[in-house]
Write a new protein. Structure first.
Length: 199
């Protein structure tokens, strides 16, 4: 994967368009799933996905300002989550729009298609939110509830600071050790069987 001009993150021949530069700040597993979604979505429809402004990871202050819309500030209500009660603050949500090659937004059916792919990848799609559907919202937090991730919204800034946007070094090392152990264990077991067979 290599960054190219115009804010696009390219994954082989497919682009997840990121003119707002939100992808580098999203939690790494969510970003990886979004790249997979873009690849599968383009293969199925010929369309791309594009990030929205403020559609990635947000600070607690940014989320609270969006939450204030339609409540204490002018505008329409666009969220029911303040502070770290939003998966955006935790880096585990993206707002994406399907677009054609010229950048034109696509109809709701394209969002539904992307949502079905996203759910097959283990994510939650905002189009399924009861009473307040958000068709451009994509979350990835398998097995984690918002209450576990944000047990006390009073400490939003501390929780926000703990988000890991890159794959932890130990995770890669652990995978390497498991692979080595499995391969080494298989080789050792085969050698022991061969020794028994020979004797």
């Amino acid at each position: 994967m290599a960054a190219s001009g115009g804010g696009a993150v390219r994954c082989s021949h497919v682009a997840l368009l990121d003119p707002n530069n939100v992808l580098p700040y999203v939690q790494w597993q969510t970003r990886d799933r979004a790249l997979t979604l873009a690849r599968k979505f383009q293969a199925a429809t010929g369309l791309n996905l594009r990030t929205r402004p403020k559609g990635g990871r947000r600070t607690c202050a940014q989320q609270n300002a969006i939450y204030a819309q339609g409540r204490t500030e002018p505008g329409d209500v666009v969220t029911h989550a303040s502070g770290c009660l939003s998966w955006h603050v935790l880096g585990r949500a993206l707002d994406l729009d399907p677009v054609d090659a010229s950048g034109r937004l696509q109809p709701g059916s394209a969002y539904a298609w992307a949502g079905s792919i996203w759910k097959a990848l283990g994510g939650k799609w905002g189009g399924d939110f009861p009473g307040f559907p958000d068709i451009g919202h994509f979350e990835y937090h398998p097995g984690l509830t918002i209450e576990q991730a944000c047990p006390n919204p009073t400490y939003c800034s501390a929780i926000e600071a703990s988000i890991q946007t890159t794959m932890p070094f130990g995770y890669g090392v652990w995978l390497g050790m498991v692979t080595t152990a499995l391969v080494g264990g298989a080789a050792y077991g085969s050698w022991k069987l061969w020794q028994r067979w020979r004797s």
